[in-house]
Design a protein around this ligand. Structure first.
Ligand SMILES: [Zn+2]
Length: 493
């Protein structure tokens, strides 16, 4: 769901401070031997604190990314994860395994045993064993205590950065700032940590009798996803993990060894693919989409226009536009207030924010309160902006636009136009837009992917379909193969 961006940042800061406090409290915990790795570790954070950190961060994930709304799928992923974790060296952590509603290909672990797969990575797996391999790897980051060590390090270092970000004049950083919320969760581990997580993951996979050969399959898939994304556009998992080719190479010997230790060698491909039938694929237009400079949110039934030429990004909690020179920005988000009046009071109660008397009025017939404001923080240049709170459908929306005090005259009118463009959507075609969904097809005879696309028309191109099915376009798929296609998800034009 949506919420006020700045409030979230403040909340996060408060959270970081709390963790920093915890870290100081337990600084004398000393050195222990890690049960998973057998290594001596300098532990600054005890297990109870680690769990507390995880619980806090887990709330952030739930709020900023949202869980994929499919109870059966969630239960399934959790069951597999629980089984793997129960046989790890830290079986008593409050492990949880969930699917977040995000189309990016990613997996991550928080301290204390909170592990997430995106629905994007789920769509790319072709068997339960592949999913288990990635879950095992993430479990390895927790049992190896990489997550807690990294999180405490990154967040202690991050306090100054976050404080400066809220009112930073340097809008060039805005893009990074927008990413930073999630970036904190995608912990960057060292290469040694990654290798260790691979080793531990393989160990857990073998203990649950999965076919260890599925592990390099996953690395191969991630490598293909990375290549398809193109340089510099790799999915988040890629930027925090070593080259998949290198990992596949390295694990080959280990795989051979692991193979000798498994009997059943579970793969469970058909069982896994059946779970994917009907799952949302790609970005979900019901959560908002752009048509030119106009942003539509079908679920919340509103639209808003951005100035032409601005960069725009739709995030789970806000939609943001940044000027071509990156010296002005405008953002729309939901606030928790009961009325526009209450929201504007809350806005001006923030430290360092002052402004003129708010004006009451209407935006396209909706009750609204708006005000110009200026804000400054230590070591940051003063910014000037306009804020409008609009009441619509029992919710209060905040439209916030700002720039530096010097640039204010250049942007005043375009920022005002954005706020004034907010209105309800009545177009049925927009309101009824649907996300694309995976459809699992059992092919009655041998087909190449190219032939499959001809026969079973779907809404994504051959190349992407080949990628998620992991068949080359002209490679023959035997009769009876379960093949993923994507149906629906077309936008009205
Ligand atoms: Zn990793």
């Amino acid at each position: 769901m949506w919420e006020m961006k700045d409030l979230k940042k403040l909340a996060r800061m408060a959270w970081i401070k709390r963790i920093a406090g915890l870290a100081v409290l337990v600084a004398l915990s000393g050195c222990t031997v890690n049960p998973a790795t057998g290594e001596r570790q300098l532990t600054l954070i005890g297990e109870q604190q680690e769990i507390a950190m995880g619980i806090e961060a887990d709330k952030q994930v739930g709020q900023s990314m949202g869980l994929y709304p499919d109870e059966d799928l969630q239960r399934y992923v959790n069951e597999i994860g629980q089984r793997l974790a129960a046989r790890s060296e830290r079986p008593d952590l409050p492990w949880s395994f969930r699917v977040v509603d995000d189309s990016a290909v990613n997996a991550f672990a928080l301290p204390g045993g909170f592990i997430y797969l995106t629905r994007g990575i789920m769509a790319h797996f072709n068997s339960e064993a592949e999913m288990a391999a990635v879950l095992g790897h993430e479990i390895g980051h927790v049992t190896g205590r990489h997550s807690v060590e990294q999180m405490s390090r990154q967040q202690l270092a991050g306090i100054g950065l976050m404080a400066g970000m809220v009112l930073s004049e340097d809008f060039r950083q805005y893009g990074q700032a927008a990413q930073a919320g999630l970036g904190l969760l995608f912990l960057k581990y060292g290469r040694d940590d990654e290798r260790q997580a691979d080793d531990l993951g393989l160990r857990y996979l073998v203990r649950e009798d999965y076919d260890p050969r599925e592990m390099p399959e996953v690395f191969d898939m991630l490598s293909r996803v990375s290549q398809a994304a193109g340089p510099g556009r790799a999915p988040p998992w890629m930027s925090t993990h070593p080259a998949p080719e290198e990992r596949a190479q390295r694990s080959r010997a280990a795989i051979e060894q692991a193979l000798a230790q498994t009997k059943e060698r579970k793969v469970l491909s058909a069982e896994y693919l059946a779970r994917l039938d009907g799952m949302t694929f790609g970005s979900d237009p019901r959560q908002g989409y752009f048509s030119g400079d106009r942003f539509y949110h079908p679920e919340l039934a509103f639209q808003i226009d951005f100035p032409s030429g601005w960069q725009k990004v739709n995030q789970p909690s806000s939609v943001i536009g940044v000027s071509p020179n990156q010296d002005a920005m405008v953002g729309l988000s939901l606030v928790g207030a009961k009325s526009a009046e209450e929201a504007v009071k809350g806005f001006f109660s923030q430290e360092g924010v002052r402004g003129e008397r708010p004006r009451r009025g209407a935006v396209h017939g909706l009750t609204a309160v708006s005000a110009r404001f200026a804000a400054a923080q230590q070591q940051a240049a003063e910014i000037a902006g306009t804020v409008t709170f609009v009441e619509y459908d029992k919710r209060v929306y905040q439209l916030l636009g700002y720039t530096s005090v010097q640039k204010w005259p250049d942007y005043e009118s375009s920022l005002a136009l954005v706020a004034d463009s907010f209105q309800r959507v009545t177009d049925r075609r927009v309101l009824s837009v649907e996300a694309g969904r995976l459809d699992i097809v059992k092919i009655p005879r041998a087909l190449t992917m190219r032939q499959f696309v001809e026969l079973y028309r779907g809404s994504v191109e051959l190349e992407q379909l080949a990628l998620i099915n992991r068949f080359e376009p002209d490679e023959e798929m035997p009769a009876g193969t379960l093949v993923k296609r994507v149906v629906g998800g077309d936008l009205p034009n």
